[in-house]
Design a binder for this molecule. Structure first.
Ligand SMILES: Cc1cc2nc3c(=O)[nH]c(=O)nc-3n(C[C@H](O)[C@H](O)[C@H](O)COP(=O)(O)OP(=O)(O)OC[C@H]3O[C@@H](n4cnc5c(N)ncnc54)[C@H](O)[C@@H]3O)c2cc1C
Length: 340
């Protein structure tokens, strides 16, 4: 395998855009076809947090997610100037301290902060929390801004992006299928996992990094999305994880749980304004691990589940490497189409 190749990419979510950017920058001729007429209207991607938290995710994900995710952060850092690299925090109410101990045991690279150290990072968490875990090399971004940035960069790199079409052009050497849940017609084990989230704004809350609140029933994470046009800070509060494939309105129960948890994190959320409530559906394989499935010129990149932003750049790097050298990552690639 050498190239350069003519490559058609199906789907312009975060996975497809990173494929397009990486492959175009390596000199391949790229066309992206996206079935929605406007960018991101039918994609899961704009619903993300988007935390880049490979260490924290290891609490519930396979080690390969951390390994690939650390590379994912490096690739975002090299490509995206608005990435916030401020680390992330994990806290628990005093009565649930055992959850924090367990989280520390299940993950690598976190440091335990005392109250003084925590106050230096996020003073508004004091005095409700007097200890935290800090993962200094994690990051986050605003997904919508990042997606529009990627789309621009893809075009600047010389790729053609066509909206309102699912038609794959003739004559491509390779087709890279990044249709997310749209690929269920060819990937029968792919399922959707619903994630609900609430976006709020408040001029009184100033968290700078993503924060996870551990709780036996209502875990929460918060991602700061920067200021809006009024100068107030916006926060994404999320996210539920429900084995259902519909992205319909958020339920009353989920709203109560997410907002109650936010109130535990900081009572100032009681005065925050709700900007939006909504749900996206994450594409996932049965084991929640991402896959690159290759079959005579057709390559699926899918199942990025909770980690689409974290892993999309590194999945793209792996596909590029595969096309240029034939080398595959044993934990991610599946060559036999029958095993999909
Ligand atoms: C609430 C929530 C919070 C999340 N938080 C995080 C987070 O903090 N960090 C993180 O890394 N990830 C997070 N995720 C996960 C992440 O959003 C997903 O893994 C990621 O968006 C999947 O991207 P994708 O490009 O594979 O799929 P999608 O974004 O769904 O893109 C697929 C695209 O393919 C198009 N398409 C479908 N059929 C066709 C066709 N026939 N022809 C052409 N195009 C087609 C669709 O219109 C769509 O635009 C979160 C997800 C949710 C729902």
């Amino acid at each position: 395998m050498t190239g350069p190749y003519k490559i058609a990419i199906r789907g312009a979510g975060v996975t497809g855009l990173w494929q397009a950017l990486t492959l175009a920058r390596r000199g391949h001729s790229i066309i992206v076809v996206e079935q929605s007429t406007e960018p991101f209207t039918d994609a899961c991607s704009p619903w993300a947090g988007a935390m880049l938290a490979p260490r924290c995710e290891e609490e519930s994900a396979e080690p390969v997610i951390r390994e690939l995710g650390m590379r994912g952060i490096q690739l975002w850092q090299a490509a995206y100037p608005d990435l916030t690299s401020a680390g992330s925090l994990v806290v628990a109410p005093a009565r649930d301290r055992t959850l924090l101990d367990r989280f520390e045991r299940m993950t690598e690279g976190g440091s335990r902060l005392d109250a003084t150290q925590l106050e230096e990072l996020e003073p508004d968490l004091i005095p409700r929390f007097d200890t935290a875990l800090f993962y200094a090399d994690e990051a986050h971004l605003n997904p919508e801004a990042a997606l529009h940035f990627l789309l621009n960069e893809v075009r600047n790199a010389g790729a053609v992006v066509q909206f309102g079409t699912g038609e794959t052009p003739d004559g491509a050497d390779f087709i890279v299928d990044c249709r997310g849940l749209g690929a269920q017609d060819m990937l029968p084990t792919l399922r959707g996992v619903r994630g609900e989230r609430i976006v709020v704004r408040s001029p009184d809350i100033a968290f700078e990094r993503s924060i996870r609140l551990l709780h036996p029933r209502f875990p929460l994470y918060l991602v700061p999305w920067g200021e809006d046009e009024t100068g107030a800070n916006r926060f994404m509060l999320g996210a539920t994880s429900i084995e259902r494939e519909d992205g319909g309105p958020v339920t009353l129960r989920s709203t109560l749980e997410l907002l109650s948890a936010a109130y535990v994190l900081d009572p100032a959320f009681g005065e925050a304004e709700i900007l939006s409530l909504g749900a996206g559906v994450r594409p996932a394989f049965p084991d929640n691990r991402p896959r690159i499935i290759t079959s005579s010129g057709y390559i699926f990149v899918n199942g990025l589940y909770r980690h689409g932003f974290l892993l999309a750049p590194v999945m793209a790097e792996m596909v590029a490497h595969y096309l240029e050298t034939g080398v595959t990552h044993p934990e991610v690639f599946i060559a036999d189409f029958g095993q999909r």
